[in-house]
Design a protein around this ligand. Sequence first.
Ligand SMILES: Nc1ncnc2c1ncn2[C@@H]1O[C@H](COP(=O)(O)OP(=O)(O)OP(=O)(O)O)[C@@H](O)[C@H]1O
Length: 525
Amino acid sequence: MQRFLPLLLEVWQQACRDIHIDRSAPAIAAVLARRLPLQRLLLYQLDPERDCLRCLARVQVSASVVLESAGIESELTREAFRRIARWCDRRGVIRGSTDALERDLPGLRLSDLAGSLMAGGLVSEGVSEGGSEGAGLGVVVLQAADTADFDETHEPLLAALLDPLGVAMQNDRTVRELSALRASAEADRTALLTRLGREDITDSVVGADAGLRQVMCGIELVAPKDTPVLILGETGAGKEVVARAIHRGSRRAAGPFLRVNCGAIPPELADSELFGHERGSFTGASMQRQGWFERADGGTLFLDEIGELLPALQVRLLRVLQDGTFERVGGQRQLRVDVRVVAATHRDLAAMVAAGRFRADLWYRINVFPLVLPALRERLEDIPAMAAHFALRAAKRLGLSPQLPTAEDLQLLRAYPWPGNVRELSAVIERAAILGNGGPLQIRTALGVDMPTVAREQVRAETPEPDQSLDDAVRRHIEAALTDCLGRIEGPFGAARRLEVNPHTLRARMRRLGIDWRRFRPAQL
Ligand SMILES: Nc1ncnc2c1ncn2[C@@H]1O[C@H](COP(=O)(O)OP(=O)(O)OP(=O)(O)O)[C@@H](O)[C@H]1O
């Protein structure tokens, strides 16, 4: 190893110069060409989600350019993928002809490369020889010049190169994942704002001067303090709207507002989601991650559906609320954050405490200032303003001329019991606007008043329980698509195409909802 140090140093330097490996590869190849009879350098990345090998860079040394076949993917059978991944995990090195390499690593398509070749397996940084399976990152292939062959003295050199090239590939992968996540977050934000019919998130509380007057008085009193707030109300009544209003009225308004749906956190990741984890603290924790508490530092953390919080997390949450400290999963260091917690639930928490399903000490801690949000049927005076608000919003979003509800429409809306509260009202108005198609709102039809009884019963039977959260509905929808697509996400037969969303957005949503594509892959694939 000692004798390769100057060369390795140069390779490390080139690898660090540009985090995108396809851009650093030509300089790395030029450095290697001074010690090896090198004609081409090829870098392949393993994609475990799609069982394929993707060519990231294919450099011709004489031209020092990345050739066009970079980016091409070869789909592998499950067995071939596993075989190459295991070989990479062992940091394998092979020398021989195209046939020999393809025989030992089936799936690595090298048929257009003639002459003497060497290949080496790349793994994530920090995984020792024979380390955990699944660290395999990719393969580096070197092709000798036409007039020369690689010999056994070249193998130790390639073995020494696996470290810097592995790190370069890991960095490349991380940066790609981060930019994909960022793009999907941006896309989600834009889509959300469009769905809300807003240019930006400037929340308005309809009914602030009428049915919600008392709630607004409570918000005004408590917002400037750092006291925890518990918002109680039926599903869709506007608990998040109230939580945001508290945040806006607090000294933390310029800080982050983060919402966590406690019922949608996958149990095995719950600790890490809330409190973060240190790198390597469990399988799959390839990077350090900040949890929700750290990310909400200086702002407000909205714990929605707090009644669903797992018992173990109830204990940890109590500790953060008491002294503001916690540790990341796998970490020793105590972290201190300045976070105001606003919690919400549609459940009867007092009854859950009495039944032993929610910790009494946590309940006292979060129940310092409860705000009870009345159901929509208890504040019928808000219906005209809300119906007008949602009608104008729907017209804007659908590109239709604005139509307001008539007196007869309002009478119908007041007579309806609204089990789904404001969320349901907003959906009914949007449906009425679509049915009206620019003409008067079709409130009767949208409410199902004109439907024959049989059809109405059928709709009712198919309507999800009001208790089913939006996350549950989205999860079921994604899982159905993954089942049909055998776990594939991208490509013409992938779930993203079927759901008409960007694959990055779908992956981010699956991560958030804790959906693992592998569950949908048939065993033989
Ligand atoms: N007072 C209000 N003014 C304007 N829009 C409202 C109001 N209340 C609720 N909404 C709208 O109704 C929908 C549901 O509100 P929100 O998500 O705050 O309800 P929630 O009680 O938090 O629901 P869940 O219990 O399902 O989490 C949102 O689109 C929200 O913008």
